[in-house]
Design a protein around this ligand. Structure first.
Ligand code: ZN
Length: 281
């Protein structure tokens, strides 16, 4: 079985300090949380940025830059910047969403389909999907294709057929978001059955489903994502003090299940990335 890639999604754009006082807001806090996760065994940092003062979702280049540089200066962790753009207003929304590509991250998330997302509509029209995939390919940035519904896999397969995604295709199966697919084993198996041959895949589950769904993924040969973006609690009523606690628990489970953890260099190789850091430093 492939060695396990653990992605740490340390803040997302939704969780607040009212919900858990340990949610990082400033670039230095976000980077420090990512690095704590790296020391615990995580290999990929999935990054959103926040207004440092208010914690409101932000999408500013200087914030992404500071977080990326702080992580890279201190580690060989793979940097994965969001392009969800869920909270930005712009005339050229697709162009604005792809701003993180200019920072030469190792990966960017690529949402390949639309859905009702909590109280809003997460709009990812076909032209966005095509354009984003082409721009990521041109920029040499690996797309992490986020799929929330089975049909999104079909859309991803269409991108692959068009030659817009380099091998191996990499999927993040996003389960338990209201109102996407359920975070349970039946649903995960339905997704897994439809993934293309030779792809790499990871799973996230929201809230209390994070632990069981990531455990299922480890047993099924997938990779996992953990962290505050998806879950603020270690167990019922117990708020996590740091994202690293989720990583530590994942590493311990992997040890029990005899699934080896990938190093950052091994994660690069598994995902088909260049061995050296893409910043060229
Ligand atoms: Zn995200």
């Amino acid at each position: 079985m492939e060695k396990l890639i653990i992605t740490a999604a340390v803040c997302g754009s939704v969780p607040t300090r009212q919900q858990n006082p340990n949610v990082p807001y400033t670039p230095s806090e976000i980077a420090e949380e990512a690095l704590r996760c790296w020391r615990a065994g995580a290999t990929v940092a999935h990054i959103h940025v926040r207004d440092p003062l208010t914690g409101e979702p932000a999408f500013k280049q200087e914030l992404f830059t500071e977080v990326s540089e702080r992580i890279r200066d201190a580690s060989d962790m793979l940097v994965n910047l969001t392009t969800s753009g869920f909270n930005i207003q712009a005339d050229n929304i697709n162009g604005a969403r792809l701003m993180p590509l200019t920072l030469k991250p190792d990966l960017c998330s690529l949402d390949v389909g639309s859905l009702n997302f909590r109280g809003r509509v997460f709009i990812n029209p076909p032209e966005w999907v095509q354009d984003a995939a082409a721009r990521m390919r041109d920029a040499g940035v690996k797309p992490e294709m986020e799929v929330f519904e089975l049909g999104h896999i079909r859309q991803a397969a269409d991108l692959m057929k068009s030659g817009l995604v380099d091998d191996p295709p990499y999927f993040q199966i996003c389960l338990g978001i209201n109102w996407g697919a359920d975070a349970d084993l039946d649903t995960l198996l339905a997704f897994k059955a439809r993934l293309p041959q030779g792809c790499q895949w990871s799973v996230l589950g929201t809230g209390k489903n994070q632990l069981p769904i990531t455990t299922h993924a480890m047993l099924l040969g997938g990779h996992v994502r953990v962290g505050f973006e998806d879950n603020l609690y270690l167990s019922r009523g117990v708020k996590a003090k740091t994202n690293a606690q989720f990583v530590e628990r994942t590493v311990e489970l992997a040890r029990i299940l005899q699934r080896e953890i990938a190093t950052c260099q091994e994660a690069r190789s598994i995902l088909g990335l260049k061995a050296e850091l893409s910043t060229g430093r």
